[in-house]
Design a protein around this ligand. Structure first.
Ligand SMILES: *Cc1c(COP(=O)(O)O)cnc(C)c1O
Length: 395
């Protein structure tokens, strides 16, 4: 029986041709194809500026720096995310706090955010400089509420849209930055489209874009700027601050650009598969993912919750093992970040974010990817059926 992964990239002949074309050209590091890729992402999102880098982790790091996060700074984010969302604040020397999730969407809860902001003011403690909203599974957070609180309490907003390229919020593409300062996408192979490794930060602010361009390349300004300096030696360049080598290559950008042309097809296929899961998985022991009417998800993940039923011998662990034994590569998104040993050592404790922890204790992400077949999906459903409702095997 062949293995079904929880996510899988799709590389076509035209992707391969695009990459080979770059390999035969003059630029194998950052060059004209990176510019084209950035322009194509900016156009897709309807946003002014896109800065491509070698991962979403790097994009989150330079996004925080571009918003002037530093020592003594404070970032709040959701515990239901990959560790990179919180780590970017630590790279800047800032502290991280968490805000519990909404029980229906599994996204950062705006009601909880407001409650925490109010109590922070009452206690006279430090308010966050930045809130990082993560569009979990590809479904947008309630950005209007977060934006309203940002204006009221004076913090900046980064969208970690690593899951969410191709998704929409209130009819506009995620990455549009109507309700945020910077949004970040990931092009890791398990995400919607891939560069092998890669990420991009998008923003409406030309200043933030320039700052991120400088930070991705050692803190050195582009040669065009040097040409503006009177009497500059022709070989000169200026390192104006401490930056990094976070550049994307034209080889990676060519793959990303070629994949981008199929983004909408992948998202519709994911929607079709998700609707099919919705239809085929009817068990009182499961909670299926809720779709907010304000959001059109990219459907990066299809997370189910397995409700414990001691009489029937059903729980998350046994369900997970059953699927694994049947050759199905499920996963769990996410172990709450505040419970990781590194974050516990910083003073966080289990039990502090009960909604995220309860969700996590029951969560399994089922296989879902742009080129998944109905036959593969049927195998997942049958495996689940055999443990959840053994007497009435689903078709
Ligand atoms: C994948 C992911 C990242 C990191 O992306 P990389 O491109 O692998 O660095 C960050 N945040 C979230 C929510 C992710 O899923």
């Amino acid at each position: 029986m062949s293995w079904i992964p929880y996510g899988r990239q799709d590389i076509t002949e035209s992707d391969i041709e695009a990459v080979v074309h770059v390999l035969r050209s003059d630029f194998v590091t950052q060059g004209p194809v990176v510019d084209q890729f950035e322009q194509a992402i900016a156009d897709y999102c309807g946003v002014g500026h896109a800065v491509a880098v070698n991962s979403a982790t790097s994009a989150l790091h330079i996004a925080c720096l571009a918003l002037n996060l530093g020592e003594g700074g404070l970032v709040w984010t959701t515990p239901n995310t990959f560790v990179a969302t919180a780590n970017c604040a630590r790279y800047c020397g800032a502290d991280v706090g968490f805000v519990d999730i909404d029980a229906a969407t599994y996204n950062l809860c705006p009601v909880e955010l407001e409650r925490q902001l109010q109590s922070t003011v009452e206690k006279g403690e430090k308010l966050p400089d930045i809130v990082i909203a993560v569009h979990f599974a590809g479904q947008s957070c309630d950005m209007q509420s977060i934006d309203r609180l940002a204006k009221q309490y004076g913090f900046l907003v980064i969208e970690d849209a690593s899951h969410a390229i191709g998704g929409y919020y209130k009819g506009k593409p995620i990455g549009n930055c109507e309700y945020s300062d910077i949004a970040v996408f990931s092009f890791h192979p398990v995400k919607i489209i891939t560069c092998g490794e890669g990420g991009v930060a998008v923003t409406r602010s030309p200043e933030s874009a320039r700052r991120m361009q400088r930070l991705r390349s050692h803190g050195i300004d582009r040669p065009a700027k040097v040409a503006d300096v009177e009497d500059a030696e022709p070989w000169v360049y200026y390192q104006n601050e401490l930056g990094f080598n976070y550049r994307l290559t034209d080889i990676q950008a060519a793959l990303g650009l070629s994949q981008l042309s199929r983004l909408d097809d992948y998202v519709s296929k994911r929607h079709e598969l998700a609707r099919r899961y919705d239809r085929l998985l009817n068990s009182e022991n499961l909670i299926l993912p809720f779709q907010s009417p304000d959001a059109c998800s990219s459907m990066h993940l299809y997370p189910i919750q397995v409700l414990e039923n001691a009489d029937a011998g059903i729980d998350r662990r046994s369900t997970f093992n059953q699927l694994l034994n049947d050759g199905i590569g499920i996963n769990v998104h996410y172990i709450p970040v505040h419970t990781q040993p590194y974050y516990q050592a910083l003073g966080n404790k289990k039990g502090e974010y009960p909604v995220a922890e309860a969700y996590y204790s029951r969560a399994i992400s089922l296989p879902l990817f742009g080129v998944m077949t109905f036959e593969e999906q049927d195998r997942v459903v049958e495996s689940l059926a055999s443990i959840l409702y053994p007497k009435t095997i689903a078709s």
